[in-house]
Structures are given as structure tokens and as C-alpha cells.
Design a protein around this ligand. Structure first.
Ligand SMILES: Nc1ncnc2c1ncn2[C@@H]1O[C@H](COP(=O)(O)OP(=O)(O)OP(=O)(O)O)[C@@H](O)[C@H]1O
Ligand SMILES: [Mg+2]
Length: 336
């Protein structure tokens, strides 16, 4: 049965108060997760299904989970727990990046064996490169492959206008991370990671950088901590040294752009005149996210115009339209 069928069966048996079918289906679902190698998810589900602390039992099942930390002054959550089901095959990058990501995953899986040799798996990873090249996406993929939820931390959410509150927020986030094993992403990390000597920086932000680095240094948990930035040039050497691995995402070359076009155009049938080589040569400077956006646009146009097949002309027009749009955007930014 597919995931959807299993879940439907669970709902039906719940409605019918048929606990036997419910448990059987739940077991089938756990097996289904195991076959997908989502062993941690399977373990969690097994625990949830067979736990003696059922929900009726005062909700004790949740006692091991700390509440999501919040900003004391404004009350908003400082992090988000996210779950994904993404495969590394959907990340189209040069081979070096895949090898680096796979190494992080494999070292995590073999951390016990590594420890017997007194070696530590890579836990603190810096992801840098231009916007839309797959940094956030990679964190989601690592979380998916390991079946460990992603703790998503947006740096601008942590920075508080109240003096001293930012450090408290960071402390709360690190305490939370330390309470379990997670894949953690400090996204848009450059908000605070700017060169500490920059005189324009606010004093509070400088303190936060130091604070963050100290907490990163002192962090002894099992979680994998990823930090993403697209202003790596502005990061000072002290930050680089703190990471076990730095993964650099470049804009895709022509060959990779063609792979991206082919990948993202897969859902639609194409005319025989489609030549993604030509399209790839026209998209110099496009990020993978840009290419995704263009292909989605062109597919939607074809679908709403009831075209059964996509033609070369439409693809080229969509690329040209995107290039014009970027020009306008760059000009507007230049005017500022
Ligand atoms: N290398 C890639 N291969 C396939 N799809 C990609 C790739 N990079 C980005 N994408 C697509 O574009 C979307 C946006 O990319 P993502 O959020 O990972 O960019 P980013 O590098 O984090 O950018 P930013 O610096 O702006 O945060 C992804 O969710 C994914 O769908
Ligand atoms: Mg991002």
C-alpha cells in the first residue's frame, strides 16, 4: 500500500473504532517507513504506538519534549521544527557537493564506530554561496535522509531589540538543541555573521556574534548544526575556523543548468523540437531556484492554455521574460 492508502486505512479504522485494524495498519506503516530506511522515524512511531504512557494517561508521552523556546518580550517562537521527505537525487549540484553532504550523513550514521577510534563525526557545517543555489534545500535533504526533524532557526527572529534579550534567546535555542538529536539550520546566518570589525555594526550584534561562536564551540550534543549564508565574504576567519566543513554552492555551469532544466521539465510532455542545450546556454547566471521558477512558469502557461506538449518557442520566451525581469530588478536596486 502507498503512504496515502495506509493513512486512509488508519483514519477509517479510527472512525470505526476498529483497534485491531488500527494497530495492524500502524504496524504496516512502520514497516513501510523501515523499507524507506527511515529507521529513526520507525523507531519513534514504534515507541509512540507501544508506549504505556498513552495520551489518556495524562499526556505523559510528551514529557521528554521541551516546549519550543520563545522570545520573552514578544512571545514569538525562536525556532520551528520541520519534517521533510526529500531525496538527494532532487539536488542538482556538482559532484563535490554531493560527496561532501553524503560524507556528513555517513559520518553521522557511523559516529559510534568513529568514536571507538577517538574520531568525531562532522557536526558543524557552514553552507555558503549565492541565493537560490540549494543551501536551505540541502539542510532539508540531510534531515530527510537521516529521518531526523529539522530545527529551523532564523537569525533575524533571534535578534531582539531589547538589550541582553538576544543572548538569552540564543541560550534558549542552544539549550533546546542540546535536549535531543536534531539537524539544526541557522538560516540567513549572515545577519549576525558580518565582519566583527565593521564599524557600522551595532554593538549588540557584535556581542551576539561572540556569543554564538562561544555557544557553538561549547556545544557538545550529537546534533548536526548547519549555518547558511550568502555573504561568506563578509564572514571573518574566526567564524570559518569554528566549522568542521565548509560547503560552497556555486551558480550552475551550462551542463548543470541543462540537467536542472531537464529535471524540472520532467512533469510535462515536450515537442520534439525542444532543445534544452540551447535553453541552457541562454541561462548563464541563473541559479537553480531561477531555473525552477522559469520551468514552472512555462509549464503552467502550457497547461492553462490546454497545450498537450511544450514547445521550444515557449521555453525560450519564458527565459527571455525572466532575463528582462532580472534586468528591471537590478536597475531598481541600482537606483537605491
Ligand atoms: N541545486 C539545486 N538543485 C535542485 N533544485 C534546487 C537547487 N537549489 C535550489 N533549488 C530549488 O530552489 C529552491 C530554493 O533554494 P534554497 O532555498 O535552497 O536556496 P538557498 O541557497 O537557501 O538561497 P538563499 O541564500 O536565498 O536562502 C529549493 O527549495 C529547490 O526547490
Ligand atoms: Mg536559504
Amino acid at each position: 500500500m502507498t503512504t496515502a492508502e495506509l493513512i486512509k486505512q488508519l483514519f477509517l479504522s479510527f472512525n470505526d473504532k476498529d483497534s485491531e485494524t488500527f494497530i495492524k495498519t500502524a504496524r504496516d506503516y512502520i514497516e513501510h517507513e523501515k523499507r524507506k530506511k527511515h529507521n529513526l522515524v520507525a523507531k519513534e512511531l514504534e515507541k509512540a504506538l507501544f508506549s504505556t504512557n498513552s495520551v489518556q494517561n495524562g499526556g505523559k508521552r510528551f514529557k521528554n519534549f521541551l516546549p519550543i523556546p520563545r522570545d520573552t518580550e514578544k512571545g514569538f517562537p525562536l525556532l520551528e521544527i520541520q519534517q521533510f521527505d526529500k531525496s538527494i537525487d532532487s539536488l542538482i549540484v556538482v559532484n563535490e557537493i554531493k560527496v561532501q553532504l553524503e560524507q556528513v550523513v555517513m559520518e553521522f550514521k557511523d559516529s559510534d564506530i568513529l568514536a571507538t577510534y577517538n574520531l568525531q563525526n562532522k557536526k558543524k557545517i557552514l553552507l555558503c554561496g549565492k541565493p537560490g543555489t540549494g543551501k536551505t534545500f540541502s539542510a532539508q535533504i540531510i534531515s530527510s535522509i537521516l529521518s531526523i526533524p529539522l530545527v529551523y532557526v532564523r537569525f533575524d527572529a533571534i535578534i531582539s531589540s531589547y538589550l541582553g534579550e538576544t543572548a538569552t534567546n540564543l541560550r534558549k535555542v542552544f539549550d533546546y538543541i542540546g535536549s535531543n538529536t536534531w539537524v539544526v539550520l541557522f538560516d540567513e546566518f549572515d545577519v549576525i555573521g558580518k565582519n566583527r570589525d565593521d564599524s557600522h555594526e551595532h554593538g549588540e550584534i557584535k556581542r551576539v556574534v561572540n556569543n554564538f561562536l562561544q555557544m557553538l564551540d561549547n556545544f557538545k550534543g550529537d546534533s548536526i548544526i548547519l549555518a547558511a549564508t550568502n555573504h561568506q565574504n563578509m564572514l571573518d576567519p574566526a567564524i570559518w575556523r569554528r566549522f568542521d566543513e565548509v560547503i560552497y554552492y556555486e551558480l550552475p555551469n551550462e551542463n548543470t543548468r541543462q540537467q536542472l532544466l531537464d529535471f524540472y521539465l520532467k512533469p510535462i510532455k515536450m515537442n520534439t523540437d525542444i532543445d534544452t542545450t540551447k535553453a541552457a546556454s541562454m541561462t548563464a547566471g541563473f541559479s537553480p531556484a531561477d531555473i525552477k521558477m522559469v520551468t514552472e512558469e512555462v509549464m503552467k502557461t502550457a497547461i492553462i492554455n490546454s497545450k498537450s506538449h511544450l514547445g521550444q518557442n515557449e521555453l525560450i520566451c519564458a527565459i527571455e521574460k525572466f532575463i528582462r525581469r532580472e534586468k528591471v530588478r537590478n536597475n531598481l536596486m541600482g537606483d537605491k
